[in-house]
Design a binder for this molecule. Sequence first.
Ligand code: GLP
Length: 234
Amino acid sequence: MKVISVNDQIEGGKVAFSLLKDAMSEGAKTLGLATGSTPLSFYKEIANSDLDFSEMTSINLDEYVGLAADNAQSYHHFMKENLFQYKPFKKSFLPNGLATDLQAEARRYNQVIAEHPIDFQILGIGRNGHIGFNEPGTPFDMTTHIVDLAEDTIEANSRFFDSMDDVPKQAISMGIKSIMQSKMVVLMAYGKDKADAINQMINGPISEELPASVLQNHPNLVVIVDEAAASELD
Ligand code: GLP
């Protein structure tokens, strides 16, 4: 594991972008993408670059159950607004949160991942150490699955919704097994809210109670943190 300290999120986005450029020059074809406020500066770097993504594939981590792709809070919409409208990929995959048969949708998504092995996976981290929407207690060998979101996650996500009642309570998420199979993982974390999760992820025991701790076993992990997110590291 390599930990890179940056001054702020802007610099973190630049560092992640330069890692991506290197990976693409070495042949990376499929990017695993994340939502949330954390990767925004990274997506800005991509959007403002002259890198060509027209032969690249993207696979997102997750989507809320029950939100249509054109819902302003959906992750489909987030990706279009923040990245795809500027940089169209050859193919972009996200789980379908409106699928009537969610188990079949999870199987379809596993097939997508199997057909497009992920070369470069971007991750944020939840305050409780979740990655994607793999909440504490998720078995490490899970593939795509339907998730009942943790109270803490619903509360954290409520900032994007008009009321707590509007926040979806379920999501469909790529599993930890698939995340661990990506060739390279770049996890970014900014701000004091993430300090405890980052410390436990790096220094704590590898435990399903802190999903991101599994990344200690990943052979090619880069963690990008600002000072606040690194503030509880020993
Ligand atoms: C959501 C997403 C995660 C993201 C997390 C943190 O739960 N499913 O992929 O890492 O939020 O979000 P933020 O970056 O806004 O702190």
